[in-house]
Design a protein around this ligand. Structure first.
Ligand code: ZN
Length: 81
């Protein structure tokens, strides 16, 4: 299992923003991976699904974003056991 920070590649400014931190996943990847790769053919964990349902405000442009492209959402392990 691991504890992850969640980042998105922003459609507005093309920078990477952290949208979540300290998410525990039983079946997460050992290394940085996009969620479409990490959960190909599997159901997304509810913690991530609910995070992606929320609007996120881009700190550079101030626009709100809803990220729908799972290849632009990344899991970065903080702790991996
Ligand atoms: Zn942005």
């Amino acid at each position: 299992m691991g504890v992850y920070d969640i980042y998105i590649l922003c459609d507005e400014c093309f920078d990477v923003h952290r949208i979540g931190t300290g998410i525990t996943l039983e079946d997460g990847p050992a290394n940085k991976q996009s969620i479409d790769e990490a959960y190909a053919g599997k159901k997304l964990p509810s913690d991530i699904a609910s995070l992606l349902n929320n609007d996120f405000q881009c700190p550079n442009t101030g626009k709100s974003i809803v990220e729908k492209d799972n290849s632009q959402v990344f899991l970065v392990p903080v702790v991996f056991i």
